[in-house]
Design a protein around this ligand. Structure first.
Ligand SMILES: Cc1cc2nc3c(=O)[nH]c(=O)nc-3n(C[C@H](O)[C@H](O)[C@H](O)COP(=O)(O)OP(=O)(O)OC[C@H]3O[C@@H](n4cnc5c(N)ncnc54)[C@H](O)[C@@H]3O)c2cc1C
Length: 393
């Protein structure tokens, strides 16, 4: 058997997810892309097989199997359908505010419904005028006797309209920059909260990406996550832990494209031989496989770090590296896979053009890859490697 970094228990769960992905999700992938419809049947499949439970501790109704396995599950599903992989990744993104900053009462109130998949979650940081520069947000939360009153809007929010629970960031002190931002749990039926548009887009077309509008929306004070003013820190801590979910999505797309191109290259003949035997094609396949394997090394390192209790400040760099490398790999590898299929790579009858479109978003959301490079460099600048300069004046 090939060397495998997973334990027997982890392998068993991965094999279950792999089987569901191949037998139940793969046959739906092209349809989900073409219809632009949110795949509730995939959510139902996850509910039936307790896959949302992978993301949660046993005390909140989850399986308590850890972060590495979450990443493996997203990777397995994304090999066949990136929209379906994203459903797991965003359930994590939408729950992390509660997991990291929620009180025991808040966790008990909401996490079990997310763990069973009865409710879907979402994370609402971006606004039309603030993406990378999230501190420039304009949504406000003003405190009155027993509520915060939310006013403003959020743009490009995954799961808009299908989520029941939104982690929303807003300014409680608009003059205080980062320190004026607070985080709230907002339920979908809050008066004054509406999803006003859903964007048609290049890829991950079955996933909803929408605009949220808040007009004097009353949020109970008990829905504040952490203390007032801690929202920006919470948003960044969430992203440190959620970006690897996007990395896993990217890696899954890349490995799925590599596997498809390999099979195709063994069958398709030109000049009397399978194209895999042309050295220029073989070289592309070798590069694709190697990039996937290197990306997996970084991604699984992150999963192990979390599972072994690495402190938060040590996660930032590895999280950004995994996101950067896995998703750049997704774009490179899917572009090469389309090339290997020639004209067939470009047409909709084959899945590679979809994979290439799906890959692109992974370089953009949860912090663009330019931002990941800034984060990695900032972390590097905190490290000392002065011994190399010993004796240099
Ligand atoms: C399909 C989709 C789903 C999304 N889902 C969510 C979601 O669920 N929740 C959520 O909150 N947001 C979500 N987003 C928003 C996404 O995270 C932002 O679009 C992304 O962070 C970039 O922000 P922006 O679009 O405002 O681009 P900008 O910040 O305007 O950036 C434009 C360009 O400038 C570059 N740039 C910006 N600043 C710098 C800098 N300092 N140095 C170098 N380059 C820089 C960027 O890398 C980019 O190339 C989603 C977006 C999409 C398209």
């Amino acid at each position: 058997m090939a060397w495998d970094p997973l334990t027997d228990e982890q392998r068993e769960i991965r094999d279950l997810v792999r089987t569901l992905a191949r037998e139940r999700i793969a046959p739906r992938a092209a349809e989900i892309d073409e219809s632009h419809e949110f795949p509730w049947d995939v959510v139902e499949l996850y509910r039936e097989h307790e896959l949302f439970g992978l993301l949660f501790d046993e005390s909140y109704g989850g399986l308590g199997t850890g972060t590495l396995l979450v990443l493996v599950a997203i990777e397995e599903v994304s090999k066949v359908c990136a929209t379906s992989g994203l459903i797991l990744a965003v359930q994590e993104l939408g729950s992390l505010g509660l997991k990291l900053a929620g009180t025991e009462e808040q966790k008990e109130r909401w996490l079990p419904r997310l763990a069973s998949g009865e409710w879907l979650g979402a994370y609402a940081l971006t606004e039309s005028g603030s993406g990378s520069d999230s501190a420039a947000m304009r949504t406000t939360a003003t405190r009155d006797a027993d509520h915060y009153v939310l006013n403003g809007s959020k743009r490009f929010i995954t799961n808009a309209g299908v989520a029941q629970l939104y982690t929303v960031f807003a300014k409680t002190d608009p003059q205080a920059g980062h320190a004026g931002i607070s985080a709230f749990v907002v339920e979908a039926d809050t008066p004054g909260f509406e999803v006003t548009r859903v964007e048609p887009k290049m890829g991950i077309r079955g996933s909803t990406t929408g605009e949220l509008v808040f007009e004097d929306a009353p949020i109970p004070r008990g829905n504040l996550l952490g203390a007032e003013g801690e929202g920006f820190k919470i948003a960044m801590r969430i992203l440190d832990r959620s970006r690897p979910g996007v990395a896993a999505q990217g890696l899954g797309i890349a490995q799925g494209a590599t596997d498809y191109a390999l099979q195709y290259a063994k069958m398709r003949e030109t000049m009397g031989v399978p194209i895999a035997q042309h050295q220029l094609v073989a070289g592309m396949l070798a590069d694709m496989e190697t990039k996937c394997e290197a990306a997996r090394g970084l991604l699984y390192k992150f999963g192990r770090m979390v599972d072994e209790g690495a402190p938060d400040d040590e996660l930032t760099k590895t999280s950004a590296q995994a996101k950067l490398f896995c998703t750049d790999t997704a774009m490179d590898v899917t572009t090469d896979a389309v090339q290997i299929l020639g004209g067939y790579g470009y047409i909709q009858e084959y899945p590679l053009e979809r994979m290439m479109r799906d890959a692109k978003i992974t370089q953009i959301y949860e912090g663009t890859n330019q931002i990941q490079r800034l984060v990695i460099a900032r972390e590097m600048l905190k490290e000392s490697r002065a011994f190399l300069l010993a004796g240099v004046s």
